[in-house]
Design a protein around this ligand. Sequence first.
Ligand code: NDP
Length: 445
Amino acid sequence: MSYIDKIITDIEKKDAGQGEFIQAAKEVLGSLKIIVDQDSVYEKAGLLERLVEPERVVVFRVPWIDDAGKVQVNRAFRVQYNSAIGPYKGGLRFHPSVNLSIIKFLGFEQTFKNALTGLPMGGGKGGSDFDPKGKSDNEVMRFCQSFMTELYRHIGPDTDVPAGDIGVGGREVGFMYGQYKRIVNRFEGVLTGKGIGWGGSLARTEATGYGLVYIVEEYLNKKGDSFKGKKVAVSGSGNVAVFAAQKAMSLGAVVVSMSDSNGYVFHKNGINLDTMKEVKFINRERLTKYAEIHKDAVYTDVSGGRVWDIPCDIALPCATQNELFIEDAKKLASSGCKIVGEGANMPTTMDATEFLLEKGIAFFPGKAANAGGVATSGLEMSQNSARLSWSFEEVDAKLKNIMCGIFHNIDDAAKEYGKPENFVAGANIAGFKKVAKAMLDQGVI
Ligand code: NDP
């Protein structure tokens, strides 16, 4: 049995029940055979055993009191996955589905993603099964304060720097930062995604969505093409989705659809982003509201169809893991879709990914395509350390530069290892090589 197959068998046994984590690990390890099975140094150093095992997992309870005066208890996690190339860095997710498997898969992916940015950041991820939907601002604040009352002892600007993710935006980061500062009595860059005016970076909010479009644009440019006139289908209607749509539109694309967990809207002549932002960000409403406002938009409930039913040139899954299945991939391919760029983390199932690659559809995996968010978090950390504030244009230019750099890095790695245009292999190999070298240099730790 090869070294890689042995590791896969081990995690299937040891982490049985952690479906998302096993899926993510298999996807990465599958691309590494070409390197790891040809050089015994990795096996001798037990490198893969160490790579798949987080350095530390913290699980804690979060008690808080709701508006009715009742005590509620949630479960929370911080997985500090790998610090070979820098302090742990990765977001916090508040969603009822959060469990150890999901946080481990996200932290594992984050390790390679952060390596691809070229910035000195290790991988981590955290979150809680708390659902901010339907909670008052005061309830969200009490939860965030209680969450940070435990988390603060495990993080720090040179140790672990969390950020937002699903369910954690500017409001939640603000409440958590306030509590951290109150406990440690220091104003320091311990979280990213902070508000402008108290340590946040301009363009951080836009960064993941913009970065996704920049990497796809670089690919299109290489082919002598552009976003102009392209029909783009986007899933999700949160932070990543909205700013991916915004940047694609600014480059001349027509974004025809967006979704949430209840359904999707199809707006033939293009989504109206002002309405979308008001519905989702300001009023925190459902997408049905969008279709009530725009009578020419068609809303379809999840039971009636899928956002990928809509013909498009470019699909940008930006909602959550495992939201683009093999049937969706087949529909996209048959309707003429040429590019899939993952704004979310692991939105495409493994069989769907393989199918898209076989069909010659350019597929940009999340660990490369959505790295713009964490890259800009890295820029926020630099600004915090130097006590500087760069302009929106400066940060945006650096982001674009990083995303173009990632494109060429994964493109080159794919070619070097005999898999041209396979950006899944390219991203996994390029990310792994950087992390593995640092781990080998630092000895068995
Ligand atoms: P938000 O909370 O802002 O938005 C999430 C969106 O996805 C919402 O529209 C939500 O709909 C939808 N969604 C969530 N769960 C499901 C589900 N089970 N089925 C269908 N739709 C769902 O999160 P973000 O935009 O920040 O994150 C989206 C994805 O991007 C995640 O995978 C995240 O890990 C990834 N990502 C985010 C980064 C960032 O900077 N924010 C950086 C890199 C990756 P509803 O409102 O109905 O829940």
